[in-house]
Design a protein around this ligand. Structure first.
Ligand SMILES: C[S@@+](CC[C@H](N)C(=O)[O-])C[C@H]1O[C@@H](n2cnc3c(N)ncnc32)[C@H](O)[C@@H]1O
Length: 295
């Protein structure tokens, strides 16, 4: 059976409902792999916060915050005089982000369920905004960028992190193509809105930022090798948390799904090194600034 995501119009409520359900299911798994994700994305996350203008005392909006790993990085940087609002479509993952912030002792972090295309926050109420590996899941990313711009004060900064082109992210390409073939689904255009690699086409996100009204737009490509002890650690991460892949395989019976996982493992073995496993990834950090009010 084709998935709801496959069948739903991207503008339809069914797309969002399916996305929410997928991430509610994957929430515990994503949270359980926080240490690996943190180590993988530490450098790019610090760069994202710097490029957004996250600083001591700032009010920061985190869109599609997941279990809040980058929320806590921003919270550390703004300090107790600042404030970070973590928002996400999935109630289950928001609950985990809230618990993580509480355990870290960050009283200046709030976590709230909100669609990135309709944040429900006051206009011009944030100094900076970040969005790590989330914007590509929005069916209308331009609407999301306009909504973030509305939430930022004049002169406020946004930095987003997304995956770049398919050929620069070969593990994701292997996972996606293998899963689709085993599920009997046709190959997907990776640049269709709402998909994992949908914002990776060079120049596309810069154009969206400008259309949303951001100035000083610039994109930096960063290599982010995912280093793990073995291919099985990577597969465990994917099986626990990679909601787009889990969703494609969701319609298969157990034996057919295992055959797909087996072929993925075989192909991903290509990235085994003498010291472990190193999956290449390339990320795009795109930054822009809201125009300052003219005097
Ligand atoms: C790959 S996870 C990234 C989570 C977190 N930013 C991180 O880097 O650890 C993608 C997140 O996007 C969220 N998401 C998907 N569609 C969304 C939407 N329309 N609005 C807000 N969040 C959304 C999912 O619920 C999920 O938590």
């Amino acid at each position: 059976m084709n998935s709801i995501i496959e069948e739903a119009s991207h503008a339809s409520p069914a797309f969002k409902a399916s996305m929410r359900a997928q991430w509610d299911t994957a929430a515990e798994g994503w949270n359980a792999h926080t240490a690996d994700i943190h180590a993988w994305l530490q450098g790019p996350t610090e760069a994202m916060c710097r490029m957004a203008g996250v600083r001591s005392g700032a009010r920061v909006l985190d869109v599609a915050a997941g279990a809040g790993d980058q929320t806590l990085v921003a919270a550390e940087q703004v300090g107790p005089q600042g404030h970070v609002l973590a928002t996400d479509l999935s109630p289950a993952i928001v609950a985990l982000a809230r618990g993580n912030a509480q355990r870290a002792g960050f009283a200046h972090v709030e976590a709230r369920v909100a669609d990135g295309e309709d944040l429900g926050v006051a206009e011009a109420s944030f100094d900076a905004a970040i969005c790590r590996l989330g914007l590509m899941f929005l069916p209308d990313p331009l609407r999301g960028l306009r909504e973030i711009r509305r939430a930022l004060r004049p002169g406020g900064g946004l930095c987003t992190m997304v995956f770049s082109r398919p050929e620069r992210n070969p593990c994701l390409t292997i996972l996606m193509s293998t899963a689709l073939r085993h599920a009997g689904l046709p190959a997907r255009d990776p640049f269709v809105a709402g998909g994992l690699l949908s914002l990776g086409r060079p120049g596309h996100l810069d154009a969206l930022f400008r259309s949303a009204g951001f100035d000083d737009v610039a994109t930096t490509a960063i290599d982010a090798v995912f280093r793990l002890p073995s291919v099985d650690h990577y597969l465990a991460f994917v099986r626990d948390s990679a909601s787009p892949i889990l969703q494609i395989l969701g319609g298969l019976n157990a034996a057919a799904a295992e055959a797909a996982w087996g072929e993925m493992r075989e192909r991903l073995m290509a990235f085994t090194t003498s010291t472990g496993w190193e999956g290449p990834n390339e990320l795009l950090l795109t930054a822009g600034r809201c125009p300052r009010e003219t005097p």
